[in-house]
Design a protein around this ligand. Structure first.
Ligand SMILES: O=C1O[C@H](COP(=O)(O)O)[C@@H](O)[C@H](O)[C@H]1O
Length: 250
């Protein structure tokens, strides 16, 4: 059973990342308090670096036990481990290494200097998910491209139709770099909570298409992702093309 997506609007990008960071720390604490070791999937993209910095800044005020949480990525660029294009690199240096997450609990998608092809990388990442017994992600954080892509699921691309596996390779991505590895819809939709984060007017049309009553996943892949709970964390510019709420009765 999945709930209808919820929209959470914030004044600007700074307020947005602050509120998401504090909600994520609370969510991890709550999961740990009930005895879980939560699995959290991080994202790349424009909002990720400020979110990761904010998480590191707020971490000392939280009671998260960093030895009892595991981190993954919803997608990764198939490049060398030290490439500036890599989603994991800034997440590690700005957040995970700063708060001291056990490196054994940080599960990167294998890079192009570890395996020969994006297909091998996808298979190895899927095997790690299986071996760690990941049945669902506590929180799946996703960015949104101006074209409506999320993770590395791009409009009109073959990856949208992949089923029966948790991870797939992507080639000829319209956004560089061309070779990538992504969770499939099936795996993304195994999240307890999907959190889309979008900031800036450049994302407004894609946000409106993703949340419209009608539209296709082929055109706007983000429409295909639903957790048990789905929250759209938006700043006001990113929310600016959403239809106005009906006025309350007088
Ligand atoms: O390439 C990617 O793009 C999306 C969105 O990024 P943005 O820079 O347009 O905000 C991101 O969510 C994804 O993880 C990443 O690999």
């Amino acid at each position: 059973m999945t709930d209808a997506p919820r929209v959470s609007r914030h004044q600007d990008a700074d307020v947005l990342v602050g509120d998401v960071a504090s909600a994520l720390l609370d969510r991890i604490e709550t999961a740990q308090a009930r005895g879980d070791v939560p699995h959290v999937a991080l994202t790349g993209g424009s909002i990720a670096e400020s979110l990761h910095r904010e998480l590191a800044r707020r971490a000392p005020d939280s009671s998260v036990d960093w030895s009892r949480v595991e981190f993954w990525w919803g997608d990764e660029r198939f490049v060398t481990a030290d490439s500036p294009d890599r989603n994991a690199l800034p997440a590690r240096s700005e957040f995970l290494d700063v708060v001291g997450v056990d490196p054994a609990h940080v599960h990167e998608v294998p890079s192009s200097d570890q395996v020969a092809t994006a297909e091998e990388s996808a298979a190895a990442y899927a095997e790690t998910l299986r071996a760690r017994g990941v049945e669902s992600f506590e929180v799946m954080i996703l960015g949104l491209g101006p074209d409506g892509h999320c993770a590395s699921l791009f409009p009109g691309h073959p990856g949208l139709a992949v089923s029966g596996v948790a991870v797939t390779a992507v080639h000829d991505s319209p956004k560089p770099p061309p070779d990538r590895v992504t969770l499939t819809f099936e795996a993304l939709n195994r999240a307890r909570s999907v959190w889309f984060i979008a900031s800036g007017e450049g994302k407004a049309e894609a946000v409106a298409r993703a949340l419209a009553d009608e539209g296709s996943v082929e055109e706007t892949p983000a429409r295909g992702v639903r957790g048990h709970e789905t929250v759209w964390w938006l700043d006001e510019p990113a929310a600016s093309a959403l239809p106005a709420l009906p006025a309350l009765p007088a």
